[in-house]
Write a protein that binds this ligand. Structure first.
Ligand code: ACO
Length: 330
């Protein structure tokens, strides 16, 4: 076990200013504000401008995390970016961010674990620091899900939004309590069919037919994903706390993936958490994929709901299927 522990030095997030409300959807597909609010908890979501791309938001979130930490971009040694909507197939979005923020001494790469991507990134980033080989690691997540959302499919289009979040990780001072205490990750590729974007990869490259078949949009089997989600959130949280000899009673703040308020409520009820112990942004941003957790964390930190000394559990699930949780002492 390493004697070096990684901790969060700063958080940041970035969201588009353009709002797409539930009322707007009433003119686009056969739905109602009432259905969307009661079935998902979402009231509105943010949508990027046509000329923007994921790296624009990730770069802004990273700059804010660096500013909060008081660390210049030139000292960052690694940038990890979780995304399923990169600017393009390659170069990686992390490479574009590295240039945009002037992190001239950083290596950079993307990781693909859908909505769990930020948790995978945190675990990997912390391990790099614990290895002693890296000092400052930016872990970011960003997605413009509006780019792969089928606005003719009412069962998915109301769910998703755009945004990015980031944290700067660095080594804790020996003896201090703050740090990333443990993590737990999992995957089950047999569930890939429940949540996927089939077109544009090597199996179904872009053709006129693939576009006509709408294969370049996200496809989701909602109720199968829902059932998996609640169990994954509960099991993963229990696992990460169990590794520390802790229980749900030790949680000060739960920061869950923001996919559906009913999933968040079900998990919170299982842990007996009060509403102020759960970070919720879904009503205003919808599901922003991997960035939903760092956005919610950043807001909680900036609003003073997550404070030094708190035990914070980040937990999520997503396409793959993938899931994970991270326990942090702030
Ligand atoms: N407006 C009105 N009616 C709708 C809408 C809509 N926008 N969407 C679906 N319906 C209808 C359906 O057609 C269905 O009608 P029917 O009974 O006549 O067939 C009815 O509502 C119920 O549909 P369900 O799919 O059973 O509704 P459910 O309560 O399960 O809610 C939802 C659907 C919101 C998608 C839910 O299943 C869910 O949140 N699933 C999990 C999503 C998730 O967690 N995704 C993972 C992360 S995403 C990522 O990784 C990028």
């Amino acid at each position: 076990m390493s004697t070096i522990r990684a901790k969060i030095l700063g958080t940041g997030s970035a969201l588009p200013t353009k709002v797409l409300s539930n009322k707007d959807f009433e003119h686009m597909v056969d739905t109602t504000d009432e259905w969307i609010v009661t079935r998902t908890g979402i009231r509105e979501r943010r949508i990027a401008e046509p000329e923007e791309a994921t790296s624009d938001y990730v770069a802004r979130a990273c700059e804010r995390a660096l500013e909060a930490a008081g660390v210049p971009a030139s000292e960052v040694e690694m940038i990890l970016c979780a995304t399923v909507t990169p600017d393009m197939m390659f170069p990686a979005t992390a490479n574009l961010v590295q240039d945009a923020i002037g992190a001239k001494n950083a290596a950079s790469f993307d990781l693909s674990a859908a909505c769990s991507g930020f948790l995978y990134g945190m675990s990997l980033g912390a391990s790099l620091i614990e290895s002693g080989r890296y000092r400052y690691v930016l872990v970011a997540a960003g997605d413009l899900l509006s780019r792969i959302t089928d606005y003719e499919d009412r069962s998915t289009c109301v769910l998703f939004g755009d945004g990015a979040g980031a944290v700067l990780l660095g080594p804790a001072t020996p003896g201090e309590t703050a740090g990333l205490l443990s993590f737990s990750l999992g995957s089950d590729g047999s569930g890939g069919k429940y949540l996927q974007m089939p077109g544009g990869g090597s199996r179904r490259p872009a053709t006129h037919e693939s576009v006509d078949e709408r294969l370049h949009f996200l496809k989701m089997q909602g109720s199968e994903t829902f059932k998996f989600a609640v169990n994954a959130m509960v099991d993963s949280t229990e696992k990460v706390l169990g590794q520390l000899g802790m229980t749900n009673e030790d949680i000060d703040l739960l920061v869950p993936h923001q996919a559906n308020i009913r999933i968040i409520d079900a998990a919170s009820r299982r842990f007996g958490l009060r509403s102020e112990q759960v970070a919720v942004t879904i009503h205003k941003y919808g599901n922003t994929s991997a960035s939903s957790i760092p956005i919610a964390l950043d807001e909680a930190v900036r609003e003073g709901r997550a404070k030094a000394g708190d035990l914070v559990v980040l937990v999520g699930f997503g396409g793959g299927l993938t899931w994970g949780s991270v326990a942090i002492r702030l």
